[in-house]
Design a binder for this molecule. Structure first.
Ligand SMILES: [Ca+2]
Length: 302
């Protein structure tokens, strides 16, 4: 019998990141970005590991920058597990900003929410609710369906929660009106996830119908000028796109450790016994393949 001692040592020899760059220049993300969900065909967090899961019929469609999350108002949402870096205690400043496009008159549906912050659509003739542990309401009460809006919720962690719409200050609830009550878990029952496009909890289920794009979370209070610049870039259609895509490959080599039959036969004749420990080895490369390497997105900013 042909003796063939084979050990497959498949290992990643190396990978070669190849960066395909566009001519568009990129600038670093503003300081304090914790997470960013650009909605480019996946619910991944382009900044760190707070990836989401598509639930129901959640999908993607044309967005304000590239693609956006598309929600049907009937069970579609994105579920992002709770994490300490996307929750903020009452004394921690934060900003969350996003684009949304309402597509239904139906009122009272969360565009996004966790236990610390939220944005709730309440119909085209009502205020937008914004949540910092307690509910606040926009001054604006008139909205168009099928229109993109930029919204930013800023809480300074001291005495003020502010809503910006399309880069313009809409409402600021200060002092006793600030009144946050943020807690990450509901008693000992469960801890809140961040959900986009709706809320699904045991005691509360509701779904937004429309698009949501470029949801971005910061661990500081952005200034009005920063929010204005984000809105301005996005309204020109070239906001934070993944302009550069890291296309990576890794080279996989399969190595076979082989003892040729002739050598074994010779050893048997000479010694009468044979153990693998005595076998002379020959290393043969039997496979070479290139595999796509899932790249970490390279994030561009206005
Ligand atoms: Ca997008």
């Amino acid at each position: 019998m042909r003796t063939l001692l084979t050990a497959l040592a498949a290992f990643y020899l190396f990978f070669i990141p190849v960066l395909a760059q566009s001519a568009t220049s990129c600038v670093p993300a503003p300081p304090g970005v914790v997470s960013w969900w650009p909605g480019e065909g996946a619910a991944v967090d382009a900044i760190d590991g707070n990836d989401g899961t598509l639930m129901g019929e959640a999908a993607f469609a044309a967005g304000i920058a590239g693609q956006a999350f598309s929600f049907d108002g009937m069970g579609a949402y994105v579920d992002i597990p709770g994490s300490s870096n996307i929750f903020f205690a009452n004394d921690q400043p934060f900003t969350i900003e996003a684009w949304f496009k309402p597509e239904s008159e139906a009122a009272s549906f969360f565009i996004l929410r966790n236990a610390a912050y939220g944005l709730r659509w309440q119909g085209s003739a009502g205020p937008l609710a914004f949540y910092n542990g307690n509910y606040h309401y926009s001054a604006r009460t008139s909205w168009e369906l099928n229109h993109w809006y930029h919204v930013a919720l800023v809480d300074n962690g001291v005495d003020s929660v502010t809503l910006y719409i399309d880069g313009v200050l809409d409402k600021s609830d200060d002092g006793v009106l600030w009144n946050p009550n943020r807690f990450p878990c509901h008693g000992g029952d469960y801890c809140f996830a961040l959900q986009l496009g709706g809320v699904y909890e045991t005691q509360d289920v509701e779904y937004f119908m429309g698009k949501v794009d470029e949801v971005t979370l910061y661990d500081r209070a952005l200034t009005g000028a920063e929010i204005q610049s984000i809105f301005a870039a996005g309204s020109q259609g070239n906001a934070r796109r993944l302009i550069r895509t890291a296309m990576g490959f890794r080279l996989q080599m399969t190595v076979t450790m082989r003892t040729p039959q002739s050598t074994l036969a010779l050893l048997r004749r000479v010694t009468g016994t044979m153990t693998t420990a005595m076998a002379p080895w020959m290393m043969v490369v039997t496979g070479l393949a290139m595999h796509p390497y899932p790249p970490a997105p390279i994030c561009c900013w206005p």
